[in-house]
Design a protein around this ligand. Sequence first.
Ligand SMILES: *Cc1c(COP(=O)(O)O)cnc(C)c1O
Length: 339
Amino acid sequence: MIKTTDYANLGFECRETHANYISYYKDGKWDEGMMKSDDCIKISAFSPALHYGQEAFEGLKAYRRKDGKVQLFRPDMNAKRLQDSCKRLLMPDVPVEKFIDAVEQVVKANEDLVPPYGSGATLYVRPFIIGVGRNLGVRPAKEYIFSVICSPVGSYFKGGLAPNKFVITEYDRAAPNGTGNSKVGGNYAASLYPHHMAKEMGYADCIYLDPLTHTKIDEVGAANFFGITYDNKFITPKSSSILPSITKKSLMYLAEHELGLEVVEGEVYIDKLDIFKEAGACGTAAVISPIGRIDMGEKHQIFFSETEVGPTVRKLYDLLTGIQYGDIEGPEGWTRIVK
Ligand SMILES: *Cc1c(COP(=O)(O)O)cnc(C)c1O
């Protein structure tokens, strides 16, 4: 399948895998779920997921440790966040145990596809839930599918831990009291065009501002923003329309407890970006991507360097990935070996 030498250039794409998981919700309850080998799902063309975006998803990774074992990073947090997304879209909860069990079944069935330790590549796992069944009016489905698929992936942004440049977009991915804080497909439909425009202009992605005032940073594409100020604060936006990133929450903890930084969830005004000596985008897919430069109209801001990674971002990256790959012991309960 994938040659070991190819892992460095794997990118973020789907590859063939052995098996995936599917479970059906009917008459008010989930079935046991099962593994299957093909990645097709047969549903009614009237399914609300297809017309009204009744869909939520998660994304987490399985990491190959130095000792050959495979581990997950905080999967309980993904399970809980999916429950929050489901509530917002009136979909039934997937119990935390069912979620973790499904993820582990999929990782085990594709164990040989978890890339080797040190390759920088991982097995990306994508749980999702869709509203299915015949339904024409705008109302929640009566039946649901919860599925978990996966694919070996390399780095999300080209170049791994190298600074990227981003551009501020005038478009919004979410509304102030919309679904920006839920991990749902609809937010992504709204992001395709601005993302495409940013790529066309040669940027890694676009930066979304808060949809109400367009004066503060909300999100960096599909990742959260954080910055390190000259007076050694770790600042990340507080907003009702950003997706609460598990990577960000983990970095907030590490910044405070391991690096001794003051951690602030607050406003990140685009006309005050010069308080930051370093900045980064964070998420499961992006891991930490240093932000080298942000362009906004005539103006721009450079953070640390357009080519070099800053020392604090580097330290956070080493700590986070050290824990994720099992080289460093993280806080209690952060990792879970797949047995
Ligand atoms: C998933 C996601 C993130 C990152 O969240 P993690 O839990 O760190 O993977 C950030 N922003 C958006 C819009 C997302 O969908």
